[in-house]
Design a protein around this ligand. Structure first.
Ligand code: SF4
Ligand code: SF4
Length: 334
């Protein structure tokens, strides 16, 4: 088993991770997000556990390198080792692999409440749910007055070998720790991933786990990888994507508590993370290894990808993304 620390975790500054969504399979959009955030300096890009998602992320990164070579711009693609493509696998008690499903006979197909509630353009104008865009945030379910919507677990059952072959080099396991057999089924494949030189992360969320439970679970999983430093994602409010200071506070509190408990892992905050997260972490002197952002990072993209956006439109998105990345990860020269 490797005893080295991944370069990402021995760098002298926190990293920014783009979270595309464990269930997000709009591959064209995923490639665009990967391109923009690669140019903006993200050092991890976390995508669904499908070969197509890995391929799309890598296509986006390749497009970023081509664009950076072709155009002067505000690029931060400063280290050829990054971004690393990460993929997220889940156990059934994790909210990241759920999507909204509709009971058609209960739906009026007329009222706008679900459409208005969805911040992810995952419900079309015919009021159908777009499975590839739904990230499982659950905002539409309580908005429906006819009880026509519910959340359903839709896991991918990936072959980790296939994901590695496509080029994923980091793996994140999400679990609420509830189902022991499911958790233990991941042990050997995850160990194999690390043996190959892959980076490993465990994501625990504070909505499902009290601190003592989270610590017990984390210590158990850390014990799968003796001598190897892993990432522990402190997920405050999973898939909330909310704006403002309050949204990020639970992730920072959770991360601080894990660090105070001297958990032997690199602690990264996520879940409600936004442009406040980095500044608040610095102010509170929370030594985060990095910050992962999903809904908020996706929401600041403005360019439409069909037809392909102009260079100017991409540069504007990169500028927005770069400002966001810089709230977490100062540029190497600054
Ligand atoms: S709010 Fe409910 S009933 Fe109305 S269109 Fe949406 S799913 Fe159908
Ligand atoms: S509101 Fe959330 S759960 Fe509902 S369709 Fe949109 S992304 Fe999916």
């Amino acid at each position: 088993m490797s005893s080295s620390i991944h370069p990402l975790l021995s760098a002298d500054r926190p990293y920014f991770k783009l979270i595309c969504g464990a269930n997000f399979t709009d591959y064209a959009q995923l490639a665009y997000l990967s391109e923009v955030y690669a140019l903006a300096g993200a050092r991890l890009i976390d995508v669904a556990a499908t070969p197509e998602a890995i391929r799309s992320a890598r296509e986006g990164i390749r497009a970023a390198r081509e664009r950076a070579a072709r155009l002067p711009g505000p690029w931060r693609l400063d280290d050829e080792r990054y971004p690393v493509v990460m993929t997220s696998v889940t156990a059934s008690d994790d909210p990241h692999c759920r999507i909204a499903v509709k009971t058609p006979e209960r739906c009026t197909w007329a009222c706008p409440f679900c459409l208005e509630a969805c911040p992810h353009e995952a419900i079309d104008l015919d009021l159908a749910i777009l499975d590839d865009r739904c990230v499982g945030c659950n905002l539409c379910v309580p908005a429906c007055p006819h009880d026509a919507l519910a959340m359903e677990y839709r896991p991918f059952a990936p072959s980790l070998d296939a994901l590695w072959q496509e080029g994923a080099r980091a793996l994140e396991l999400h679990t609420g720790g509830g189902d022991r057999s499911e958790l233990l089924a991941w042990k050997e494949p995850c160990q194999e991933w690390v043996k190959r030189g892959g980076l490993f992360a465990l994501s625990v969320n504070s909505e499902q786990l009290e601190l003592p439970e989270a610590l017990t679970l984390a210590h158990e999983v850390i014990g799968w990888f003796p001598g190897t430093r892993i990432i522990l994602q402190a997920d405050g409010r999973p898939i909330s994507g909310a704006k403002g200071k309050a949204s990020t506070e639970s992730a920072l509190r959770f991360a601080q508590a894990l660090i105070d408990a001297k958990i032997p892992a690199a602690v990264q905050a996520a879940g409600g993370a936004n442009d406040w997260t980095g500044p608040l972490a610095r102010e509170a002197r929370i030594p985060l290894a990095g910050v992962g952002m999903g809904s908020f990072a996706r929401s600041i993209m403005k360019a439409k990808i069909q037809p392909p956006p102009s260079d100017e439109a991409v540069i504007e998105d990169v500028e927005r993304a770069r400002r966001l990345v810089s709230t977490v990860d100062p540029a190497p020269q600054t």
